[in-house]
Design a protein around this ligand. Sequence first.
Ligand SMILES: *[C@@H]1O[C@H](CO)[C@@H](O)[C@H](O)[C@H]1NC(C)=O
Ligand SMILES: *[C@@H]1O[C@H](CO)[C@@H](O)[C@H](O)[C@H]1NC(C)=O
Length: 307
Amino acid sequence: MYYLLVALFVPLTLGLKIGTSLQWIEHTPQPYAVRNFYKGSSTATISSGGVANLGSDTSFDLAANAETQGLKQYANHRNIRLIYTICEVPYRIVANKASGIKTLADLKGKKIGTMKGTSAGVFVQRMMASVGIQENQYTIASGNVCMKAPCASDTLPAMLKNKQIDAFGIWEAAVELGAQAIGDSAIIFQNASVYREIYSLYSTTQKLNDPAKRKDIVAFVRALNQTLGVFNEKPESVYDFVAKEVNMDVKVVKDVWKDHWWVGQWGKDVPQLLVEEDAYLAKTDGRAKASQKELETFLDDSVIKEL
Ligand SMILES: *[C@@H]1O[C@H](CO)[C@@H](O)[C@H](O)[C@H]1NC(C)=O
Ligand SMILES: *[C@@H]1O[C@H](CO)[C@@H](O)[C@H](O)[C@H]1NC(C)=O
């Protein structure tokens, strides 16, 4: 009986399960860390998913997503913690100069492609607000992303090229492919202090308070830390790996590399950025905003300190 219990119990406690979107550049340090550096008690498995899984499925130990999805989940699951920042990405807007656009403010009255309800939607709103243009002063069009040319007709780069939209803003590689598709007509707007994606790793208080699980979580973050060292210092050694993971052309990975900051720790301005973003999301999602104190609790640097 004793052995039976052990047999039933042990497989449930071993191994890390990580939920992440497998199609984006930002996620690639996770598979790289598992393959090259992770030394936990057992395997680490990366599954398609995200921070929403942490709130609904206790089989997930970790998840990675932009801060936008983190804040949306934290609103209803106060046990979620942001424990590490894998990548900060100052998103870009590409516009078509042929639409009479020379400055960001010229996007007033224009048709801008993005994805509502995502970090890209927040990004476009913040960029336009930074030049005094409100959401009712331009039109948002939805479109899909593209990671590799040729881009399908329902994707933002193709819509820009076909003049169905005047500009669009989203994560890479779509913006780069849009800019390359229209060549000299492209103009880029980017401002990291107005908006940058804080692509982060999340867990829950339950997982972090479980000593065995915590050990594996620390081991995984340590492996990520080593990975970011490689991504920063020897990027040429990982371009092929990244391109294969997300089905991109190696050249385009190189083209957008400078727009991906493999930071590891969040910057000093991030707590305030989260307060502002949560207030905006609270309004659009029809909920109460989190207090500054609650958002300070959401950011948990205790794992980083254990490395
Ligand atoms: C970025 O945004 C900040 C805040 O709105 C502004 O002060 C700064 O001039 C902008 N930088 C650029 C290059 O536009
Ligand atoms: C984290 O990565 C940085 C940069 O590569 C390195 O200097 C530091 O020693 C690492 N920390 C740990 C605990 O691995």
